[in-house]
Design a protein around this ligand. Structure first.
Ligand code: NAP
Length: 330
């Protein structure tokens, strides 16, 4: 992680982070406070210490962090108090789960309606710029983008029909939400910039393990991963948070930004973890079912051009494993 995007006039002032309690959100709040910003962060339940305490103990939180309760399924009125007065909004709040009983209620509705409500509130409150946390899941998989084709970020969209057919509802939720956000921004004249993060890993200070960290936890515990349609590569959480800040602070940043340290296949990931940790019962993947996915050591060229430098794999993994160990999870 290297600081970048320091366009002088943009720094300082009030920013809003939705989903501030989550794995990525908590890192973003932390880095923004470190950079001198004042932050309004939203959490789903203010009474739940599991969502608030790790934020309230951050450096600078006592004077420059205020938490707001916000539910994505409430109309935009519940977002306004957090957004009012903010120059920028980082919209991260969105359910992240790969297993669901009721995809419409649990994933699609909050992602789509929630995004539109946040954007509506941002527009009504005169917010200058919105950074939307989308996902590489809104870009891939798409059979029209075969492995030998260089990814063109801005016009590479996941194939919605394919996602629905494979019941990849989280992917559907991110794709629909991002598409709706672009439509809204264009129609309403809102400045929007999007970060399409890959599977996000890295040290955590949230009290629970989120879905992406759980992938590594499962692997270290010897479980088999069934993510052939899902995994396309990893990125360190600090680089995701830093990239979001870079996109906010650089007026020249436009469009969509794939945020991956490395584009790779599931088999590559499992092999690297097995090599690093022979003491854990990691399953090596025997059959590579991701022939559709190109490998690329520098897939995030737009972010690299903006000055982002990615944390190396072994550093990220060792730091998470230290967290897992200190939490008694492995
Ligand atoms: N982790 C990844 O690999 C990855 C990759 C690409 C993109 N992303 C995106 O990054 C964002 C943050 O993900 P994360 O990894 O930090 O996941 P996370 O730890 O599960 O955080 C999700 C956040 O969304 C909030 N949220 C969920 N449903 C909500 C609702 N109905 N109303 C209000 N808030 C709600 C959660 O609030 P509470 O904690 O208060 O419940 C939490 O703050 C999401 O948009 C996700 O799609 C993640």
């Amino acid at each position: 992680m290297e600081a970048a995007g320091d366009s002088a006039g943009a720094r300082g002032g009030l920013l809003c982070v939705t989903g501030g309690s989550g794995f990525i959100g908590s890192w973003l709040v932390r880095l923004l406070l470190d950079r001198g910003y004042t932050v309004h962060a939203t959490v789903k339940n203010l009474q739940d210490e599991g969502e608030t305490k790790h934020l309230q103990t951050l450096d600078g939180a006592d004077t420059r962090l205020r938490l707001f309760q916000m539910d994505l399924l409430d109309p935009s009125s519940s977002m306004r108090p957090a957004i009012e007065g903010a120059r920028g909004v980082f919209h991260l709040a969105s359910p992240l789960t790969l297993h669901t009983q009721d995809p419409e209620k649990e994933l699609l509705e909050p992602a789509l309606k929630g995004t539109l409500s946040v954007l509506r509130a941002a527009k009504d409150c005169g917010v200058h710029r919105v950074v939307l946390m989308s996902s590489k899941s809104a870009m891939l998989p798409n059979p029209a983008w075969p492995a030998d084709k260089v990814m063109v970020e801005d016009d590479c969209w996941a194939d919605l029909e394919l996602l629905k057919e494979r019941q990849l509802w989280y992917h559907v939720s991110k794709t629909l939400a991002e598409k709706a956000a672009w439509e809204f921004a264009e129609k309403e004249g809102l400045q929007l910039v999007v970060l399409n993060a890959g599977t996000t890993l890295g040290p955590f200070f949230t009290p629970s393990v989120n879905t992406s960290l759980n992938i590594l936890l499962q692997l270290l515990r010897g479980q088999e991963l069934e993510l052939d349609a899902v995994y396309t590569g990893w990125v360190d959480v600090r680089d995701v948070a830093q990239s979001a800040i870079v996109l906010y602070e650089n007026p020249s940043a436009k469009g969509r930004h794939l945020c991956l340290a490395s584009m790779e296949r599931l088999v590559d990931f499992a092999d690297k973890i097995a090599d690093m940790y022979p003491e854990f019962p990691v399953h090596r993947i025997k059959e590579d079912k991701q022939g559709w996915l190109m490998r690329d050591k520098e897939p995030s060229k737009k972010l690299i051009d903006l000055g982002v430098r990615f944390v190396p794999f072994d550093v990220t993994i060792r730091e998470i494993v230290d967290c897992f160990r200190s939490e008694g999870l492995i």
